[in-house]
Design a protein around this ligand. Structure first.
Ligand SMILES: [Zn+2]
Length: 199
C-alpha cells in the first residue's frame, strides 16, 4: 500500500527508512527541481550507494531503467524501475556545500545539500558517516565528445518521476538542491519542493 506523498521541502532534505523490496517514487513536483539522492545500508551506514562503483557496474554515466546502483562494497542497493523524466540525471557532480557557494561568490551562509543530508539523517537520530557523491536525480550535466561538462536546466516536467527499488534495508536521503546561482534548477533559478512515495 503506497504511503502518502512525503515532502522534500524546497532547499531542504528529508530521509526515510526503506525496507528491502519496497519502492520509492521520487516525483519532480514542479518539474525542474534537482533532487540529490543518497542511500545507506540500514545495517551498516558506512556501506552506501557509490557513484563511482555504480558507474563501473552499469558501464554508463547515467543509470537507465533496469540498472542497479551499487554500494562501495559493490552490492546492489537501488534499482531504477521506471523513469518518466526524460532520463537525464547526474552521477558526476559532488553535492553542493558551503565551499561551493563561497566559490560562487556567496558571502553569506547558503543552504546546501551536504548540510541537508546531515540534518535529514539527524532527524532520524542517525548520522551520515560522510557525504558520498549523490545520485543527482533530474540534474542535467551534458558532456561533449571532448569531455567538457556544463550545468544545464533539467529536461524533466512537472509530475514526472523515477521509481527506485530498495535491494536491501536502507536509509534513503534526499535534498531538494538549493542551487539558485547556476540554472540547474531551471532558468528561473528558483528551488522548489519535491515529493516521494514509499510503497
Ligand atoms: Zn545541491
Amino acid at each position: 500500500m503506497p504511503s502518502s506523498p512525503i515532502a522534500i521541502p524546497a532547499r531542504r532534505g528529508k530521509a526515510a527508512f526503506i525496507a528491502r523490496g519496497e519502492s520509492v517514487k521520487v516525483i519532480n513536483t514542479h518539474g525542474e527541481q534537482v533532487v540529490d539522492t543518497w542511500a545507506f545500508s540500514r545495517a551498516d551506514l558506512t556501506e552506501f550507494m557509490s557513484m563511482e562503483h555504480s558507474r563501473a557496474g552499469i558501464q554508463r554515466l547515467i543509470p537507465t531503467v533496469g540498472d542497479s546502483m551499487l554500494t562501495n562494497h559493490r552490492r546492489p542497493i537501488l534499482t531504477l524501475l521506471e523513469d518518466t523524466s526524460g532520463g537525464l540525471h547526474d552521477t558526476l557532480m559532488a553535492a553542493c556545500d558551503v565551499y561551493r557557494y563561497h566559490g560562487l561568490g556567496c558571502t553569506e551562509p547558503h543552504d546546501n545539500c551536504t548540510d541537508n543530508l546531515a540534518q535529514s539523517m539527524r532527524d532520524l537520530a542517525i548520522a551520515a558517516p560522510e557525504t558520498p557523491s549523490p545520485l543527482n536525480l533530474f540534474m542535467n550535466i551534458p558532456w561533449t565528445t571532448g569531455g567538457v561538462l556544463s550545468f544545464e536546466p533539467p529536461v524533466s516536467t512537472a509530475g514526472s518521476y523515477v521509481v527506485l527499488r530498495a535491494e536491501m534495508d536502507l536509509v534513503i536521503a534526499f535534498s531538494a538542491c538549493p542551487q539558485d546561482i547556476l540554472p540547474i534548477n531551471g532558468v528561473g533559478r528558483q528551488p522548489t519542493e519535491a515529493h516521494f512515495l514509499v510503497g
